[in-house]
Design a binder for this molecule. Structure first.
Ligand code: NI
Length: 249
């Protein structure tokens, strides 16, 4: 069985989450880490993990919400980190794609949450877009581990992250025709990766452009089993071991 370490399963995207999870289970995907991106979705995560036995949660504030969070929001996150089914702080990080004018504020928000991760010994699920250097420099200031979500950087960057104790999250992007990250992943040992869908985004080929869902982990797994020349069951075994090293699931 596989674990989807990064999905966004919210009412906003899916009318019937139980149905989506049943379908995933038929496709050998039986555990999910549902990632919030703001306070509204963090609250939703906290409700959903009670309804769905095999769903775990990551709560936190994504950099795209850097302009509208409050001190109370961070207190809310802190208060809920002792919940056993909240297995990470996420999705958090730095995103300079649209603007880097607010990078000081972004780094500040990132660091506030990294401090919480350190204090409560929780892993972090990191979003880093066009911000590799600042992400590495910021993470290095804290004793944290976790996952670099949707990693698509160079082999050299991969080595820096894995040496820091981070796993690399691989998703449907690797199946895209123009994806040159295949050559990078080929060189990354399997014990450094975890599988994720980023549902409802980034559906793998042949579903590209459609709404993604955790069942598609199997498509990514099949792609990787060919790339690495290993069986599906071996891939599931190794990636679940990797998850167990980082997450308390
Ligand atoms: Ni995401």
């Amino acid at each position: 069985m596989f674990t989807d370490t990064h999905c966004h399963l919210f009412k906003e995207y899916f009318d019937d989450i139980s149905f989506v999870l049943d379908k995933a289970k038929e496709n050998k995907v039986n555990r999910y880490i549902n990632n919030a991106d703001n306070i509204k979705t963090s609250k939703e995560v906290l409700e959903l993990i009670y309804k769905h036995h095999m769903m775990y949660g990551a709560i936190g504030i994504h950099p795209e919400h850097v302009d509208n969070y409050t001190k109370e929001d961070l207190d809310f996150i802190e208060k809920n980190l002792t919940n056993k089914k909240i297995v990470a702080i996420g999705e958090i990080g730095l995103d300079y794609h649209y603007t880097k004018d607010n990078k000081v504020k972004q780094i500040e928000l990132f660091e506030l949450q990294l401090k919480l991760a350190e204090k409560y010994n929780k892993p972090v699920i990191v979003h880093s877009r066009e911000a590799t250097k600042d992400t590495i420099d910021t993470l290095k200031k804290y004793k944290v581990k976790g996952v670099i979500h949707s990693f698509s950087g160079s082999y050299e960057t991969a080595c820096i992250y894995t040496k820091m104790g981070f796993l690399l999250g691989v998703n449907g992007v690797i199946t895209f025709k123009n994806a040159n990250i295949k050559e990078v992943y080929e060189r990354i040992p399997l014990h450094n990766i975890v599988l994720e869908t980023d549902s409802p985004y980034l559906a793998p080929v042949p579903y590209r452009g459609k709404k993604n869902e955790p069942a598609n982990i199997l498509v990514i797994a099949e792609f990787l089993s060919t790339l690495y020349g290993v069986s599906i069951s071996y891939l599931s075994e190794v990636t679940n071991e990797n998850i167990a090293r980082i997450f308390d699931i």
